[in-house]
Design a protein. Structure first.
Length: 309
């Protein structure tokens, strides 16, 4: 049994990770300030003897004797991370320093939840880990992209300077049950719009692409990375199947049996045009690849949103 700290553990990804860790018999401390996460996501774990929840900001130094740290605390959807961009940078950078300091003093292994956004609006397609990215440092997305890039820098500097055992995964768009309703991300938006009979809002002409990964595949990738000795990454964890946003809208309408129309709104400024994960490194080092196709994952997500509508 390991003692494990999960920052951002009451969020979408974090709560699924806590489930998995508890299921595997570990003791989990979930630290979250509930900015975008919610108690509902972890309600079912609160009474578990191996689970404890601490409502706290990751920007504050924190001490606990732990073996593993998963650092997920950070708003992830553009709507939320742009709401208070300075806070977003502080969370990524100060939060990372605090977790690395904790790892330094306890000898814990720390895994940083980085993002495909470090590739920016990529000029290389698909994106592998050797690509350094095309990020505009002064755009509205920069608070997130550059905050996450700096967090990666901090991981490597703590590793080189103090020998901290660091791991970095770059997560590509992930979806599934427990995404927040007001999240604004494309999968939750489209499903909710379809279920409510509202227009599906495609920003731009629908030709931009993303590769969508179901939550269970991400959690498996995170666990394999944390367990792998002698491999810092960064490593991409994402689904390599690329879809246009237009295709996603059509699929959601079909799968929900909705009468909603698909409408086109003006494109969003600095929206990356394409994104597709190159997962050769994850396959080689972690023997990991996603198993759940988009239709299957969407079905589970639709069932979830129908229930909470
Ligand atoms: P989320 O918003 O559901 O979860 C983030 C959690 O962090 C929330 O529970 C929030 O309350 C908490 N949090 C935010 N600021 C905090 C602070 N200062 N102190 C303590 N807690 C704080 O988002 P998610 O989709 O679950 O993302 C989890 C992590 O994975 C994030 O770091 C995100 O950048 C990364 N990621 C997610 C995706 C994705 O598609 N979901 C893609 C790439 C990277
Ligand atoms: N998008 C859209 N309609 C929506 C929400 C998002 O067309 O209601 C588009 C958005 O412009 C982007 C893509 O879907 O091109 C993915 O957006 P999301 O916010 O989910 O993730 P990210 O941009 O961070 O990859």
């Amino acid at each position: 049994m390991k003692r494990i700290l999960v920052t951002g553990g009451a969020g979408f990804v974090g709560s699924h990770l806590c489930d998995r860790l508890i299921q595997d018999g570990h003791a989990v401390i979930c630290l979250d300030n509930l900015f975008t996460g919610s108690r509902t996501n972890i309600e079912h774990l609160l009474a578990h003897p191996n689970f404890s929840f601490i409502e706290r900001d990751v920007q504050l130094p924190f001490f606990a004797q732990v073996d593993w740290i998963f650092n997920l605390a950070c708003p992830a959807s553009p709507v939320h991370y742009q709401e208070d961009p300075v806070e977003t940078v502080r969370t990524s950078v100060l939060g990372m320093i605090n977790m690395l300091e904790l790892a330094k003093s306890t000898g814990a292994r720390v895994l940083q939840a980085s993002t495909s956004e470090v590739y920016g609006d990529p000029l290389c397609h698909p994106q592998d880990e050797t690509y350094w990215g095309n990020v505009n440092p002064i755009s509205r997305r920069a608070c997130y992209d550059e905050g996450k890039r700096c967090a990666e820098t901090l991981c490597f500097d703590y590793h080189r300077e103090y020998g901290v055992d660091v791991k970095i995964i770059r997560i590509f768009n992930t979806y599934g049950p427990r995404m927040a309703k007001d999240d604004g991300r494309v999968v939750s938006n489209f499903i909710l719009q379809a279920l409510r009979g509202e227009d599906l809002t495609v920003y731009g002409d629908g030709s931009y692409t993303r590769s969508f990964q179901f939550i269970d595949d991400l959690i498996e990738g995170m666990m394999r990375m944390m367990e792998a000795d002698g491999f810092t990454g960064p490593v991409n964890i994402g689904n390599p199947h690329e879809f246009t946003i237009g295709e996603l809208a059509t699929l959601v309408v079909e799968m929900t049996g909705s009468t909603s129309k698909i409408v086109h709104l003006p494109p969003v400024e600095h929206d990356p045009k394409q994104r597709k994960a190159d997962i050769a490194l994850a396959k080689e080092k972690l023997s990991w690849e996603p198993r759940i196709p988009l239709r299957e994952g969407l079905l589970k997500t639709i069932v979830y949103f129908r229930k909470i509508l």
